[in-house]
Design a protein around this ligand. Structure first.
Ligand code: GRG
Length: 293
């Protein structure tokens, strides 16, 4: 797996913006700002902000608003990881290669750090340098992607309720498309809208985002079986231990790999009308499916 050539430059731009947008550790009350910064800067790949930025780049050269929206998406993603690791949910000790937030700061502060990041995300969006009518659409899209109706929290609820029970293919599909694909799709749609994409392009990119986000979670399930905790930066083999609803559990590894490849090619087909304009998104999509961590 090779990282797309532009990945590092995008990553650096996002890191610098995250640094500017997060309150300093010295801002009172210091503990929560230390806890928020600890998890944001624990070493994520920044896939959602990079998708947002690269989608916006298809339509504009003015990328400041998309970078800010991307940071908001990373704040939401990081809050979801902090809460997901809590004893009441996955009860995990390791995330992004480091002890989980509640292991360092305690459960109360980890809950509050997640709440703080979610709130900061919407403050960041409200102030983002995106033309006002587009900005409102971006806020609505991201809120829906993170929410309960076919969104991240709804998918997480279904995931929790499916744990330890036999699930069918359509429940598994709902969990993956809501828990994980929704925020990835939201990142792409937010980038398209902030960049001023025509509605037909936004809708095509929405389909691309759904398919590649779904493939991303199928790959995540496969990596949980195939890779080590050191490679993943989180506890490997956890899905099986917790009897989670996953593609390898329902279909086996080989069929799961074929499903991920099929979702990837269906996603790439959505980019065809954009020709060379979508080259970077194409490279990102291929990276998301080929990644090993
Ligand atoms: C509200 C109590 C409460 C909990 C919410 C919504 C939620 C908990 C959790 C979201 C579900 C979740 C964690 C899905 C997993 C998505 C996923 C594959 C995460 C890993 O993403 P990467 O690989 O991670 O982009 P990095 O660390 O690189 O950012």
């Amino acid at each position: 797996m090779t990282l797309p050539s532009f990945f590092q430059a995008d990553h650096s731009a996002i890191e610098a913006a995250l640094e500017r947008l997060l309150p300093r550790e010295s801002a009172p009350p210091q503990t929560i700002h230390r806890a928020m910064r600890y998890s944001v800067f624990a070493g994520g790949k920044r896939i959602r902000p990079i998708l947002c930025l690269e989608t916006a780049r298809m339509f504009t050269e003015n990328l400041e608003g998309a970078i800010q929206a991307g940071c908001a998406l990373e704040f939401i993603h990081t809050y979801s990881l902090i809460h997901d690791d809590l004893p009441a949910l996955d009860n995990d000790d390791l995330r992004r290669g480091k002890p989980t937030n509640h292991k360092v700061f305690g459960e109360a502060m980890a809950i509050l750090a997640g709440d703080g990041l979610l709130t900061l995300a919407f403050e960041t969006l409200a102030n983002a340098r995106i033309e006002p009518a587009r900005r409102v659409r971006v806020v609505s899209e991201i809120a829906a992607a993170a929410g309960t109706i076919n969104g991240m929290v709804g998918g997480q609820v279904a995931d929790v309720e499916a744990s330890g029970k036999p699930v069918d293919g359509s429940t598994l599909e709902y969990i993956h498309r809501s828990k994980t694909a929704a925020l990835i799709r939201g990142s792409i749609v937010a980038g398209a809208i902030s960049g001023g994409a025509p509605d037909a392009d936004v809708e095509r990119l929405r389909k691309f985002g759904d398919l590649i986000g779904w493939a991303f979670q199928v790959v995540d399930d496969i990596l949980d079986v195939e890779e080590s905790s050191a490679a993943l930066g989180k506890t490997a083999g956890k899905d099986q231990e917790q009897q989670k609803a996953t593609y390898p559990a329902l279909y086996g590894l080989e069929k799961s790999r074929a499903i991920a490849a099929d979702l990837e090619s269906r996603a790439l087909r959505e980019l065809e009308p954009h020709r060379a304009g979508a080259d970077r998104l194409r490279e990102l999509a291929q990276f998301l499916v080929a990644r090993r961590s």
